[in-house]
Design a protein around this ligand. Structure first.
Ligand code: NAD
Length: 413
């Protein structure tokens, strides 16, 4: 079945028809329609496939890419325990010769030391130019394995199999790969596109609820920056998303991937438009940095950052107070933090960390701000006093003009 490349509307339509037909045939939960989103980048165009049971099809899907026989599945300990055997079996059944490369769980695996260990194992398994890497895991594994693939033998193909919601809607799409240095996150990397992305919704069943909610912060972001109809859908369907209903997840993940694909197709290397994907990230990254990357998951920090960005948007970009309240309410319904308590010293560190963010250019902190839900502007300089005022309103009781307390206050370290 081929789909209209501009929207997910027809996929929604066929999904509804197929869902109805399955239910009529007594197949209810077995409904398996796959959604496909294309990332149109000329010769490097690739598909993102979203559906149930896709991990079992990994080998068959890789067979279509005309790659070499040898490959390496890079995964972390936790995902490996759950899904590595299935991935390896599927690859072997399609005639591939896979090796398993296991890396530690968590952000510390995104390091040059782990990269070097991966290279050693690829070499030991005699991977050559046409061999490929499968990144099986969340954003950490995707960024790391993608960087390994981008640099081993000056670049070998790789396939993303993202297993967290954040990775399915964000990090596996668009080709940003890289690792951290001690002095900062994602400071070494490349733009290197995968050959295929397989989002198996079954894998989300084992995901910790806090991780699922962190992914929802990025989902909500897409509604704010690009698609008011998606935002309204999230307001309606949040309970189904939290219940991990596959049909709702498939439709929402496909829409998010499509938005990212459209943005990346216009600005692959972030010289303009791609910056809109950073809505809420200026404050979010700074909050992660001053709390040692331990207190918040990325999505949680970005949720707080989006609240600050929304308040700034109301102050300088025309976003209505009503829409600010809708954004805060939706983040709260996704069980995300929307407030943060900062004392004077912590606030100074936060502002300094914002100036150190790698997205700062010419020493100026630039924000992505919303004119309304569904439309943003980027590269906006904002006076520090307005940032302070937005922080006051996001830290109930901590400063002047604090609004009513909403959601759990989360102390910064
Ligand atoms: P993660 O990769 O650390 O995964 C979170 C945890 O969930 C890990 O413990 C992992 O083992 C576990 N896990 C993963 N899938 C699971 C599953 N299906 N069932 C059970 N447990 C599972 O975290 P993340 O939030 O996916 O990714 C965060 C990383 O993504 C950060 O390093 C961030 O910089 C990066 N990122 C990259 C981009 C990009 O464009 N490249 C965009 C956003 C974020």
């Amino acid at each position: 079945m081929s789909y209209c490349p501009r929207c997910t509307g027809c996929q929604d339509f066929w999904a509804t028809v197929a869902g109805w037909a399955c239910r009529q045939a007594g197949l209810g939960g077995k409904f398996r329609l796959m959604r496909v989103v294309k990332v149109p980048l000329g010769q490097r165009t690739y598909a993102i496939k979203i559906g149930l049971g896709l991990l079992r099809r990994l080998g068959a899907e890789c067979s279509r890419l005309q790659l070499g026989q040898r490959c390496a599945v890079i995964t972390d300990g936790q995902v490996g325990r759950l899904y590595a055997a299935g991935a390896l079996d599927s690859l072997r059944a399609s005639g591939f010769v896979p090796a398993l490369v296991q890396v530690p769980v968590g952000e510390q695996a995104k390091s040059l030391i782990t990269v070097a260990r991966c290279y050693e194992q690829l070499a030991r398994h005699r991977l050559e130019r046409r061999s490929f890497v499968v990144a099986l895991g969340g954003g950490v594994v995707g960024d790391l394995a993608g960087f390994v693939a981008a640099t081993y033998l000056r670049g070998i193909p790789f396939v993303q199999v993202p297993t967290t919601l954040l990775a399915q809607v964000d990090s596996s799409v668009g080709g940003k790969v890289g690792v951290n240095l001690k002095v900062g996150k994602n400071l070494v990397g490349a733009f290197y596109q995968p050959r295929l992305v397989l989002c198996d919704l079954d894998t989300l069943r084992t995901l910790d609820v806090r991780q699922l909610c962190a992914g929802l912060a990025e989902v909500i972001k897409y509604g704010i920056i690009y698609d008011a109809a998606l935002f309204r859908r999230l307001e309606r369907d949040m309970p189904s998303l939290l219940a991990r209903d596959p049909e709702t997840l498939a439709a929402v993940i496909a829409r998010c991937c499509q938005i990212k694909a459209e943005v990346v197709a216009q600005d692959e290397t972030e010289s303009g438009l791609r910056a809109i994907l950073n809505f809420g990230h200026t404050v979010g990254h700074a909050l992660e940095a001053i709390t040692g990357y331990e207190r918040y998951l990325h999505g949680e920090a970005v949720a707080i950052g989006q609240v600050v960005a929304a308040r700034l948007s109301a102050a300088v970009a025309g976003l209505s107070e009503d829409e600010v309240e809708r954004i805060v309410a939706l983040l709260q319904r996704a069980r995300l933090p929307t407030t943060v308590q900062l004392n004077r010293a912590q606030r100074r560190r936060l502002l300094n960390a914002m100036r150190l963010d790698k997205k700062v250019s010419g020493g100026q902190v630039k924000f992505v701000l919303a004119r309304r839900i569904g439309q943003v502007v980027w590269g906006q300089q904002v006076p520090v006093r307005l940032i302070e005022a937005a922080l006051d309103r996001t830290a109930p009781g901590a400063g002047s003009g604090a609004g009513p307390a909403r959601g759990p206050a989360v102390p910064a370290g």
